[in-house]
Design a protein around this ligand. Structure first.
Ligand SMILES: Nc1ncnc2c1ncn2[C@@H]1O[C@H](COP(=O)(O)OP(=O)(O)O)[C@@H](O)[C@H]1O
Ligand SMILES: [Mg+2]
Length: 481
């Protein structure tokens, strides 16, 4: 029986107090019981989890020789999983896509760099050699073109964003590497932080192939052309494996360092594409002299083959030391292409008639001389394998061009002369390293918002005048719609 509280005046009070105490004790007991049961349940769950894990481990041990059926969430390679890998092929669907999750912070200021000299300054862009003050590291600074039209509040055109994104994602010895992105935000008034310019901080590379070709006294040796073309193929294969189209491959966008290493640069026209490619890609891509016939004929659906055509043009340029197809405008470019590669036929390019600008293309009937390629005659010193590869890259029909991976397996790279070892590559005085470049009169990549040429009917007759007498005058007309 409960002892009497000194506050309890009556027996009744004492009984009530005893009752309350009993109730409290009962509650406490129930609570303890509940906690014990919960602990037991948790323990049982943990044990079950351990058993499942052990069973899985056992299964994996048994499966060790077979490819795992489960998709692994953890990367098996030790490099950055966020970056595309050079091994990932188009058909490799086992890989999970990973997206970078925010590591956003304010970009550093361009004031961290001292300009050493201009490399390229023109209507289209500005690139300079610079030194990071803190580390003394020499880099190339490329200023992105800002869009100051009132409709664009951010100021950075979509192409600039793509260039940053794609360079950030790429990691390959034949692709120029991006160290960081810095801004010039008018440091004197840090409160407003209005960004005036955005710069890419790129690894500095001593030369671009265009400058070298212009200045060299002797052409590249066959073994040197092979080394350059193979590296270009490796870089482009990496891009295409990772669903990136460059869309502006040309010698001024190919850099070469003093160790014979080629690096693809200028991703201002590049974009990610899927499979199948988006149905309405802009046709105004690729600098005129490196632009494929399907683009010139107005194709809106196109793919990796546009880059392969440009590689063909670059191959020819490395051999001849001057651009291969220097058209004055779209029609002239097509004329020069047809003069070199032959005019398209239903056999050589079955689908060309369906392209928007091909409808009014009139081809002479029964013509044989005009449909063959004259690449062999134009490059008499090139080996048979080399000619076959160049012919393949410059196939009018995009489906007949080799992919970058196929190109790398071509006999041309196996046959003698073997590709020259990069370390044995000749060195050249670096213009970019010392002095301002002169402006060169060559066409640029098409600008955004620019419209495709609208030309009237153009007479193509007589472009094959030199080939065969009976073909004289049997030309064709093309109207760009
Ligand atoms: N990382 C670099 N190192 C050295 N020179 C470079 C580098 N990037 C570009 N250049 C030089 O600047 C030129 C223009 O750069 P690019 O990226 O092609 O810009 P644009 O879009 O103006 O053509 C190139 O042709 C090359 O000569
Ligand atoms: Mg460029």
């Amino acid at each position: 029986m409960a002892s009497k509280s000194r506050w309890a005046d009556t027996e009744e009070d004492a009984a009530l107090e005893a009752k309350i105490k009993r109730e409290k004790e009962e509650k406490k007991r129930l609570k303890a019981e509940k906690a014990r049961k919960a602990a037991e349940k948790a323990q049982a769950e943990e044990a079950a989890r351990q058993r499942t894990l052990q069973a899985q481990q056992h299964e994996e041990d048994l499966d060790a020789d077979r490819p795992s059926k489960r998709r692994k969430l953890t990367p098996e390679h030790d490099h950055d999983p966020l970056k595309p890998t050079s091994q990932s092929q188009g058909g490799d669907s086992g890989k999970l896509l990973r997206f970078e999750a925010g590591s956003w912070g304010p970009a550093r200021s361009v004031e961290n760099y001292d300009k050493l000299n201009d490399i390229e300054e023109g209507a289209y862009g500005w690139v300079a050699r610079a030194k990071e003050i803190q580390t003394g590291k020499v880099v190339a600074l490329k200023r992105l073109k800002l869009d100051d039209s009132p409709s664009n509040r951010v100021g950075l055109p979509e192409t600039g964003l793509r260039e940053i994104q794609i360079l950030k994602d790429c990691s390959h010895r034949n692709i120029v590497s991006l160290h960081e992105v810095v801004v010039n935000d008018g440091a004197s008034d840090s409160r407003s932080r209005k960004i005036e310019s955005i710069f890419l901080v790129l690894e500095f590379v001593e030369h671009d192939l265009k400058s070298i070709l212009e200045d060299m006294s002797e052409p590249f040796l066959a073994s040197e052309v092979k080394t350059l073309l193979r590296q270009l193929g490796e870089g482009v294969a990496y891009l295409h494996d990772n669903w990136i189209l460059h869309r502006d491959l040309k010698t001024s966008n190919l850099l070469l360092n003093n160790r014979g290493q080629l690096k693809i640069a200028d991703f201002g026209m590049a974009r990610y594409v899927g499979d199948p490619a988006p149905p309405k890609l802009t046709q105004l891509v690729v600098t005129l002299w490196y632009r494929s016939p399907e683009l010139l004929l107005g194709a809106k659906t196109y793919g990796n083959a546009v880059d392969m055509w440009s590689i063909g043009c670059i191959f020819g340029e490395l051999l001849a030391r001057e651009p291969l197809l220097q058209g004055k405008n779209e029609v002239d470019e097509l004329t020069q292409i047809f003069e070199l590669c032959g005019i398209p036929t239903d056999e050589s390019w079955p689908s060309f008639r369906r392209l928007p600008n091909a409808r009014s293309l009139r081809v002479p009937k029964g013509s044989s001389a005009a449909t063959g390629s004259v690449i062999r005659a134009r490059f008499p010193l090139l080996t048979a394998a080399g000619t076959a590869l160049l012919n393949g890259l410059l196939s009018l029909d995009p489906d007949k061009r080799p992919s970058a991976r196929e190109m790398l397996r071509h006999e041309y790279f196996v046959q003698d002369p073997k590709p020259k070892h990069e370390a044995m590559f000749p060195t050249f005085p670096s213009k970019a390293g010392q002095e301002r470049r002169r402006r060169r009169e060559t066409p640029n990549a098409p600008g955004r918002g620019q419209k495709a040429a609208e030309l009237g009917s153009v007479d193509f007759s007589g472009i094959f005048a030199g080939r065969e007498r009976e073909e004289k005058g049997g030309g064709f007309t093309l109207r760009m719609l």
